[in-house]
Design a protein around this ligand. Structure first.
Ligand SMILES: [Zn+2]
Length: 141
């Protein structure tokens, strides 16, 4: 049985129905700058011809912190609130701001290999709503 996947924002990913998730970036056809999430225009050269590209699913941790208190509305999360890691993962052409699956700073370090996963962001009624996150690559959970 395949459950329906509900995304926080289906435009974040190439195929919101796929089990192999790939983030959808934007690449400027004029200068090659890559962005995430998708933008209709290039902040570097002002070009407006952007192509949708699948971003790499692995990268390295560029920066991180832990969110210890519940963000203000419109934040929606699982109840009860649990601290969560946030950071930037360097995918080569672009750095992506992301949730991290780890909320223990001692388990994180700069440049550690990370891989793309999905997590439940919050429940809509009893329906899980999914978003992307990055997990340490050696963590198979
Ligand atoms: Zn450009």
């Amino acid at each position: 049985m395949t459950a329906t996947i509900t995304w926080v924002d289906p435009s974040l990913v190439i195929d919101p129905t796929a089990s192999d998730v790939q983030l959808a970036g934007a690449r400027c056809t004029a200068c090659g700058t890559t962005m995430f999430p998708f933008l209709g225009g290039c902040p570097k050269c002002g070009g407006s011809d952007m192509e949708r590209v699948a971003l790499p699913t692995t990268g390295t941790l560029w920066s991180y912190t832990v969110q210890y208190f519940e963000p203000k509305a419109p934040y929606r999360g699982l109840e009860p609130f649990e601290p969560f890691g946030v950071g930037y993962v360097d995918l080569g052409d672009v750095c992506v701001e992301t949730r991290l699956t780890v909320n223990d700073p001692a388990a994180l370090s700069l440049n550690m290999p990370m891989r793309l996963v999905t997590i439940t962001a919050f429940l809509d009624g009893d329906q899980p709503v999914q978003t992307f996150a990055f997990a340490p690559q050696e963590d198979k959970s």
